[in-house]
Design a protein around this ligand. Structure first.
Ligand code: GUN
Ligand code: ZN
Length: 435
């Protein structure tokens, strides 16, 4: 059964899964494979999917501690984003993508900053990750946001250029997303133009919403509605909105999300780190709302590890609904098939199934901090992964039939590149007025 643990053989052909045996018949060429990997002691998962990230914030990790969302954005994140230049955003994207690949994440929904998105796209294309990318759109905001703001027409023009160059690039691996940052930073006129534009009708709309009580109050002040009610009222946005956080939601808000086909991305690490609150994923799921999972940015987490998010998601659901409510297999689906559904890619990624993209993670349970406990005697392998797993288990990550990370190559330890990351951080600190 798709999704259930099973022992068998996985056949890849080109960028696709050709067969999962038993279940599928072995392909006719099974006796003449080009390369065979003995993965008998490994576990293979579909590549993990994180549906809310900010690669542009990777070099800001650890510089914005001890703040709630509003202070975090205004005092640090917006000034640091405004300090980004093509060279520094390229390094931020590279550091983030390398960390994600090393942790088994193969597909992301990323929100850039307001400028230099083409650099993020070039880096993603080069490093092999799959995902949706787009500039954060901001055309209004308080003083600290000013250097980031761009007039709507300018953003729309740039989006058109980016979409023509990048939508579907790299054999469909690179896609574009519209990323109005959140309701307070985008004017009503721009929201409506984005949602109703025929040019961008095929693109998902990626935003933040109902993250903190303060943000909900601000949206009510600006629009007379809560974030889900406001988003549900945008013509042309039906089924396209992916709203990160969804912490502060009333029953009526959930109704709006459901009616408008808005997916929610749970960001437990970020919600806890910024003390935003506890999102009730189980109730959302029971009411038929699609839910994915994401680390958010490195500056509010401070990891980009899907396994950390899974564990926190499990803990929070247990706290809210009792430990008996937590099925590790269901939690794991947030970064596999449910994540794929958030992106409308459920027929392409999110499970090991013939015809889907060959996006895989090879996990070696013996790389665990407690190798003697790895997997043996556990009620389920999913419980091991969710409650004892971590990115240290990842032996190899494959995307579109190609290895993009190998532990032996130790891709994360690269002294020259680490020096570049450190220098870029110093430059950003100087430019943001923090040095
Ligand atoms: N709301 C608006 N922008 C952001 C952001 O960059 N991160 C988070 N967590 N929330 C936001
Ligand atoms: Zn975010």
């Amino acid at each position: 059964m798709e999704g259930a643990p099973a022992r068998g053989d996985l056949y890849l052909e080109g960028d696709r899964i050709a067969a999962v045996v038993p279940g599928d018949p072995a392909p006719p060429w099974a006796g003449r494979v080009e390369r065979e990997i003995d993965a008998a002691s490994y576990w293979i998962l579909p590549g993990l999917i994180q549906t809310h990230l900010h690669l542009c914030q990777t070099l800001f990790r650890g510089v914005a501690e001890g703040r709630d969302l509003c202070r975090w954005l205004q005092e640090v994140i917006w000034p640091w984003e405004a300090a980004l230049e093509p060279e520094t955003i390229a390094l931020a994207a590279e550091a983030g993508i390398r960390e994600l690949l090393a942790g088994g994440t193969t597909t992301i929904l990323d929100m850039g900053s307001t400028r230099h998105t083409e650099v993020i796209l070039e880096t993603a294309a080069r490093l092999g990750i799959r995902g949706f990318f787009g500039p954060a759109l901001m055309d209004r905001g308080p003083e600290p946001a000013r250097p980031l703001l761009r007039p709507g027409e300018e953003s729309l023009r740039e989006l058109g250029e980016l979409a023509r160059r990048w939508e579907g690039a790299e054999n469909g691996r690179i896609r574009l997303a519209l990323c109005p940052r959140f309701v307070p930073s985008v004017s009503d006129g721009l929201w409506r133009e984005l949602a109703s534009s025929t040019e961008f009708a095929g693109l998902p709309i990626h935003t933040h919403g109902s993250e903190t009580q303060e943000e909900v109050r601000e949206v009510e002040r600006l629009t007379g509605k809560t974030p889900p009610a406001y988003l549900a009222g945008l013509d042309g946005a039906q089924g396209r909105i992916k709203m990160a956080h969804g912490v502060w939601l009333s029953a009526e808000d959930r109704n709006h999300l459901h009616r408008a086909g808005t997916a929610v991305v749970h960001c437990p690490g970020s919600n806890l780190k910024l003390a935003s609150g506890l999102a009730d994923v189980r109730t959302l799921r029971r009411e038929g709302i699609t839910v994915g999972l994401g680390a958010d940015g490195a500056a509010c987490n401070n990891r980009l590890d899907a396994f950390s998010e899974l564990r926190l998601a499990g803990y929070i659901q247990g706290l809210l609904h009792g430990p008996e409510s937590v099925s590790a297999a269901e939690i794991l689906r947030l970064v596999t098939l449910e994540g794929a559904r958030v992106l409308g890619l459920e027929d392409q990624i999110g499970s090991l199934k013939a015809g889907k993209c060959a996006d895989l993670v090879l996990l070696d349970p013996h790389l665990s901090d407690n190798p003697w406990a790895a997997g043996d005697g556990w009620e389920s392998p999913e419980a091991f992964l969710v409650f004892a797993g971590g990115r240290e288990l990842v032996r190899e990550t494959w995307i579109a039939g190609r290895p993009v990370y190998r532990r032996e190559a130790n891709d994360l330890v690269d002294e020259a590149q680490d020096r570049n990351y450190r220098a870029a951080r110093r430059r950003l600190a100087e430019r943001a007025g923090y040095a």
